[in-house]
Every structure is written in C-alpha cells, then in structure tokens.
Design a protein around this ligand. Sequence first.
Ligand code: LMR
Length: 398
Amino acid sequence: MFEQLQPIKADAILSLSVEYRADNNPNKIDLGVGVYKTETGETPVLAAVKQAEAFLLQNQPSKTYLAPTGNVGFNQSMLELVFGKDHVVMTNKRARAVQAPGGTGALSLASRLIARCNSNANVWVSNPTWANHIPLIQGAGLTIKEYTYYDTAAKSIDFDGMMDDLRGGLVAGDVVLVHGCCHNPCGADLSLEQWKQLTDLLNEKGVTPFVDLAYQGFGSGLEQDVAGLRYMAANVKEMLVAASCSKNFGLYRERVGATMVVSETEQAASNAVDNLGVVARAIWSMPPDHGAAVVETILASEELTNVWHGELIEMCDRINGLRSLVANSLKEAGVAQSFDFMNNENGMFSFLGITPEQVAQLKTDFSIYMVSSSRINVAGLNANNLPYFADAMKKVVG
Ligand code: LMR
C-alpha cells in the first residue's frame, strides 16, 4: 500500500524552522514561521498562562471527557472576546462557538460545516493568502476561487480589484474567506469603510462571510482589530469565524481555537453547533483540553485578564515599533527601495517585495530565513540583529 505514496515537498513555512535550527551560523536570523519573539529572540510562556496553569494544577478536579464541542466556559468567553458581550448576535443568541484544535482545526471544522450545507460552494480566498488555507478547504471537498487582494507594485491592498473579482464571480451560496486583521502574509488590512462595502456586496450576492481571526490583539488592540468583523456580524444573516489563541495567548503548541457560527435564528445556531459536534466527533472526537482551560481560566479572572492584556499590549507595541525601526534601518543602510509601506501594515507579517532568488541568497549567504514569497515575521528582528539584516539586504537587494 505505502509504496504507492509519492515523496512530499516540505511545508514552505514549517520547514524553515527545521533548516534554521540546523544552521550553525551565530548570526542566523529566523523570520520564517509566525511566532512572536521578544527582543532577545525568545517565545516565552506568557505570565498569565503560567498563573492559569498553576491554578489548574491545584484545582482541576478531573480530566474526564468533555464533549465534541469542547469546554462550554471557553466557548462563551471566546464569543465575548470576539463579538463583545453586548453585540446584537450575542444578545439575540445567534452566535455560538465550538472549541477546536487551534486556528487550523477551527478553519477545518468550519469548512466541513460549509460542505455539509452546500458541497457546491466555492470558497473565495484572497490572493495571496495563508498557504494552509488551500489544502484545508480543499480537504473539506470544497472548491477554491481567488480574489485579488494585494498590489505588489503599490505594496497595498487593491480594493477595487478585490471588489471587481467578487462582484463578477460570486454565486449565491458561495463563501468568502476574509482575514479578520493582520493579514497573513501581507500585513495589509481592510479599513472599516472597506469592511462595510464588502458587507454590502456579500449581502447583495447572497454569500456567506468566513473570517479567519488568528491575530486578534496583534494589530491595533483587542477591540480595534475586530471592528470590521463586528460591523459585518451585525449586518449579515450568517457568518463563520475561525478564531485562534495560538498567537494572542502564546499557546501555539497547545492547539486552542474556536469555530463560531452566526445564524439567522437561535434555532439555526443551535443546529449548526450540533452539526459541528458531529463533524468533530468523527475526526478528533473532542478537542485537547489544557490550552482551552487555560484561556477559560484567564478570561474568567479579572486579575489574570489584566495580566494578559498587559502582555498582549507589550507584544503588539513591540511589533508596531519594529515596523518603523526596520524601515528606517534599511534606509540608513542605503537600501535603494523604500520600506516605509511597512508602517501602514498590521501584525507580524510583511512582504519585503524581493525576488525568490534574493530570498534564497539571503538564506545561503547570510543565514536569514524567510518564506520564498519574501514574507517576513517582523517579530524575528531586534536591535541586535537589525544591523546584520540591513547590511545583508543592502548586499543582496542593492
Ligand atoms: C504562519 O503563517 O507562519 C503561522 O500561521 C504558522 C503556520 O502554521 O503556518
């Protein structure tokens, strides 16, 4: 049986970490996989997480099974974090959540729910999008279509191109995947006005929005980052959200996320949750508990929530501060092209806009690792390695 299998090309993002770890160059820089790093290059466990874990160690009464839909308290806290307690979809009970193993699990679960509702639905993804969106949506048996999103020459969103593609191509029953904030890979986000225009178009076309929310709190703040999502939720009949706690709680390997459904009625929301439970039961039976219990513990405690907010603001501020620092360092190193566009972007990622050959040379000659599209994880830079990075860029890019 197995002799029929073909070798698989290494994952374009995750393989960079393996290569980086094997590199002996003391000056090596990892700008690959999207994990937050401190000024000293570490990805520590957050203090709020440590305190919640200590609490759980003392107080968790049992490790017996929960349910395919996960931890009820976690699901409710996540709904409140994403939509806000007083949002109309919360007060009229049209929003429900199901715990999932990470953002990827949440996206997969949502995709499988879409397939249960309409196996002919096209799922429209931005060009570019997170590479893993494609296999996980196709894995649910759905068809991918792309809409224009990023103008590589202008280094900003091509909103007219996006709207033209969607206006011309959407069919009632389709689904449009939108990055909630901190677009991965380009960092360029829709403005609130653009969210409004998009909402109108999706309503006009009878199309369901599906928001991937992997970076809430990493752009401009917990509330600001979901302003577009909340506007949309208040103005559509139905919506899907895949939320991740990997980055904002630093719980990467614990696999914590939630699939959220906004339905037209409370009953439809309840049916959607039951269906998600059935789908989850057939794949992982129930999601891993520990990370979700940590998030639930943090969000249930005002004290721990304050600790977490402080840590999240620190991470967000460091990334935003780095953006102008990187652009200025490249200017000072004499790199010909301007990187000021990085100041207009959000979250961990940015496209440098250099060629795959230049990306490869940065790796071979300088041990600087980034995705071949030239996406960098800005958080991988710091005061210590920035001069080396800027010098290498000058030598390779000119
Ligand atoms: C990334 O885009 O680097 C992260 O979301 C990690 C991943 O799983 O690809």
